[in-house]
Ligand binder design. Structure first.
Ligand code: ASP
Ligand code: MG
Length: 411
């Protein structure tokens, strides 16, 4: 007997037929004698509609009331799934965040889970009950409803699995696992049987949208084995059909590179001829940070004359206009001659823990891109990833070329 937390995303509970299919799957796991807690998202599109309603009501809406509104989508699916389970003869009960309770910080709309009381849920397991939880929500220090940020049901599921010391957290979604690259672009992409937490974290923050980044962090910190699998196939989680996200020690054979990812949500800014003196970087990036503009890749060129240099960096596309405005306001102070924005860029990254122990990984990336005539504009690296910024029109070509170069193509 295992204790399993199973999470179903919006497309997996998009309508009553889908919810009935989820119930059938949970019944199979329950019939095999497993203890099960199910975490559900809102039906596909519902949270977006609720967010739009709060915006329409008032553009500067109160975050506490935003949470009251957007948390309701999950209440509907939790109740409907409990009904569908009962209808199949499975004893089931729904739970909202405050009923568990799932206690969070008071950061409304992006709260962090601080504590989950599991005693009552464990008692229900002993009685053979399935617990169906509304994901994405909790209760703050002032007893008001909180939400965990978009995509937060993944975090609910992993946090619950950690609290319950579950054997596994199955994340059912619309893909059947984590792939070496985006299969819509790289037709020879392969599903990975296993991937490490660290690789998954990099992939999640580099554009692969399978799991919310926070949830991967949480799984890594608590050692929760997470499986990503499809809710559209027949298999159930206990048959291990998906991709397991695990500790590095749990993987025997490492590829050098496990994945090639991309993010189109990038924009580049070059400040031409900024003064080359101490304090300039702080003067540029300080005001951007104060305005919550996240700067990602940075290159500062060597100055030819020892007095001025070009500074190039990236921000998300959504932040581009704000960043330009902030820098324009400080043009005199920063003393640059030109500001050149470019939204026609994409960040392509190769990720793999095997990089730590292999030389020449970056070189292979650079020469492969060069062979295909792709110019690299900015480079950034960490211990287990190399990212390059290139012109957007080369996205597909770069992904396929790198996938082949690192030997990831399916046979
Ligand atoms: N329904 C919420 C959202 O769309 C939470 C989730 O689905 O994970 O962000
Ligand atoms: Mg999601």
């Amino acid at each position: 007997m295992s204790r399993i937390v199973a999470k179903f995303g919006g497309t997996s509970v998009a309508d009553l037929d889908r919810i009935r299919a989820v119930a059938a799957r949970i019944k199979r796991e329950h019939d095999s004698g497993h203890q099960i807690a199910v975490v559900v998202s809102a039906m596909a599109g519902v949270t977006n509609d609720l967010v739009d309603l709060t915006r329409a009501a008032h553009s500067m809406h109160d975050a506490r009331e935003y949470d009251v509104v957007v948390s309701t989508g999950e209440q509907v699916t939790a109740g409907l799934l409990a009904i569908c389970l009962q209808e199949k003869g499975v004893p089931a009960r729904s739970w909202l965040g405050w009923q568990v309770p799932i206690r969070t910080s008071d950061a409304h709309a992006r709260a962090r889970i601080e504590d989950i009381e599991i005693e009552e849920m464990e008692r229900r397991f002993d009685d053979g009950q399935v617990c169906v939880l509304a994901g994405f929500q909790g209760i703050g220090p002032d007893n008001r409803i909180t939400t965990l940020g978009r995509g937060g049901s993944d975090t609910t599921a992993v946090a619950l699995a950690a609290a319950l010391r579950a054997d596994r957290c199955d994340i059912y979604t619309d893909v059947d696992g984590v792939y070496t690259s985006d299969p819509r672009i790289v037709t020879r992409a392969r599903k990975l049987d296993k991937v490490t937490y660290e690789e998954m974290l990099e992939m999640a923050s580099l554009g692969a949208k399978v799991l919310q980044t926070r949830s991967v962090e949480l799984a890594m910190n608590h050692g929760v084995p997470v499986q990503v699998l499809s809710s559209f196939d027949d298999a159930v989680g206990s048959e291990l059909p998906g991709t397991m996200v695990v500790d590095e020690e749990d993987i025997v054979e490492h590829e050098i590179v496990s994945g090639v990812t991309y993010s189109r949500d990038e924009a580049k800014i070059t400040l031409v001829r900024v003064a080359d003196r101490p304090g300039v970087a702080a003067a540029i990036f300080g005001p951007l940070a104060d305005a919550n503009v996240n700067v990602d890749m940075i290159v500062q060129n060597v100055s030819e004359d020892g007095s001025s240099t070009d500074m190039t960096f990236t921000v998300t596309r959504g932040d581009l206009d704000r960043a330009i405005e902030i820098l324009n306001d400080r043009k005199d102070e920063l003393g640059y001659t030109d500001l050149v924005p470019d939204a026609n860029v994409v960040k392509v990254s190769v990720v793999g823990v095997g990089m730590r122990s292999h030389a020449g990984v970056a070189q292979r990336m650079f020469s492969s891109l060069a062979e295909h005539g792709i110019n690299i504009q900015v480079i950034s690296t960490s211990e287990i990833k190399i990212s390059v910024l290139i012109a957007e029109e080369f996205t597909e070509l770069a992904l396929r070329a790198l996938h082949t170069a690192y030997g990831l193509d399916a046979a």
